[in-house]
Design a protein around this ligand. Structure first.
Ligand code: SF4
Length: 434
């Protein structure tokens, strides 16, 4: 924090928590769906730094989905952080035995007060077939985003195709093994029924967007290729709840005609994630994407999609930190930041605003296994700075569909890029749907 006074201290701490994970005292766990705190839904990847079988009590009583930091010695503005469990982390959340208040400590020193997300009313209701809303249509980002992982598996399969940082397929296996409800393909009717419960009980209208996502489809699922498989959910949602939420899809970079199909199905924002910029690292880290599409074609398709959706509504993600993963990654932070900035300039030069999530070194992935500590904190802080400078250089605003920017406002919980930007930069009409 002292070395980077131009970056909000909230963002520095948030990045460190995301890359390091948090140890949870039993007093800070939830009572799953029976309590007053919203539990972690495992909405797509595990986002834990130990396998479920090694989480102890946190495998039985889930940790909260997110935490909100405030106050403490740094007088933090409210900062929402996605929960990544790591029993070995120096960061610990526990309840003060005297006051009952939850505190975040770093090696036993006080860092922040902690608030937990309240159980949303819609989680207390189930679908007619007994499935839970938490499994079918969980919300994250403090209730802003409904996360619809409608396909829990990726057809990039095995070491030669799966992205090196991704545990989607492993996460599916571990939840099945533990006997947790975990649906491979979510029926459209289930999604609509769960959304009806969210719509009915989210009376404060905290939910503003939904994301349709899951694994890549290289052949077909339910007889449908990728654009139609994901698109049919959007079509059904938009027919039933027109303009209730901003519709987003995370999918492969598909040919222009398929991008148009997404748009025609009712999607507003398209995330054809490019994961890592560097050419050599892309082929190593995302071998399936390289094999089925290829890096240059992936990038061309992103530009094509910008003509379909408008450049501001194509928001490709990259996974911040993987370009420093051993043994193939950049050896220095300088090289990694220079490479990633080159990618930002490429897309921003076309009016496209990428965004990023902070890499969680999940232990069952090749990159997580070789890099249990993830990337250096300095890298993550310098990336926040580089990203903000690139936006300014290209005269762009933060991407739409992420709520209001700025420390104390941001709800995007898996990276602090939104916490780092200036609040006025996101006009209300782009932060919420019409
Ligand atoms: S495309 Fe890569 S990141 Fe996405 S689900 Fe498949 S393996 Fe994971």
């Amino acid at each position: 924090m002292a070395r980077f006074p131009q970056i909000p201290p909230e963002a520095v701490l948030k990045e460190d928590l995301l890359r390091t994970g948090i140890a949870f005292d039993e007093s800070a766990l939830t009572d799953n769906l029976d309590g007053t705190v919203k539990p972690k839904s495992y909405f797509i990847f595990s986002f834990d730094q130990k396998p479920l079988a090694e989480l102890g009590e946190a495998a039985k009583r889930r940790p909260p989905e997110e935490i909100a930091l405030t106050g403490g010695p740094y007088e933090l503005r409210r900062t929402i952080v996605s929960v990544r469990v790591n029993p070995d982390s120096p960061y610990r959340v526990a309840r003060d035995a005297d006051t009952g208040a939850l505190r975040l400590t770093l090696e036993s020193r006080d860092v922040a007060d902690i608030a937990l997300p309240p159980m949303p009313e819609y989680y207390r209701h189930t679908l007619a077939n007994g499935k839970t809303v938490m499994e079918t249509a969980p919300t994250i980002q403090w209730g802003y985003l409904i996360y619809l992982t409608v396909l829990r598996l990726c057809q990039y399969f095995g070491a030669h195709e799966e992205c090196g940082f991704c545990d989607i397929n492993h996460n599916w296996r571990q939840h099945k093994r533990e006997g947790r409800p975990y649906t491979g393909i979510k029926p459209v009717e289930d999604v609509l029924e769960a959304l009806a419960l969210v719509d009915r009980y989210d009376t404060a209208k905290a939910s503003k967007a939904y994301t349709l996502t899951g694994g890549s489809v290289t052949s077909t699922v339910d007889g449908l290729a990728e654009a139609d498989f994901y698109g049919r959910y959007a079509q059904a949602i938009e027919e039933r709840f027109p303009n209730r939420w901003i519709g987003k899809v995370v999918a492969q970079a598909l040919p222009r005609a398929d991008a148009q199909r997404f748009k025609d199905y009712g999607i507003t924002i398209y995330h054809p994630n490019y994961e890592v910029w560097d050419k050599r690292l892309f082929s190593i880290i995302s071998p399936g994407k390289e094999r089925y599409v290829g890096r240059e074609e992936w990038h061309h398709r992103i530009l094509d999609a910008a003509e379909v959706f408008g450049p501001r509504y194509v928001i490709p993600n990259f996974v911040a930190g993987v370009e420093m993963a051993k043994p193939f990654g950049f050896a220095t932070t300088d090289e990694a930041i220079a490479s990633t900035t080159e990618g930002l300039d490429y897309f921003m030069g076309h009016g496209i605003t990428p965004r990023f999530t902070t890499w969680c070194a999940e232990p069952t992935t090749p990159l997580g296994r070789d890099n249990p500590d993830g990337a250096p904190l300095e890298y993550h802080i310098r990336l926040l700075e580089a990203y903000r400078e690139a936006l300014e250089r290209h005269g762009l605003k933060p991407p739409p569909g992420y709520g209001v920017a700025g420390a104390g406002n941001a709800v995007f919980s898996v990276s602090s890029f939104m916490d780092t930007l200036v609040p006025e930069d996101v006009p209300a009409e782009e932060a919420v749907p019409a």
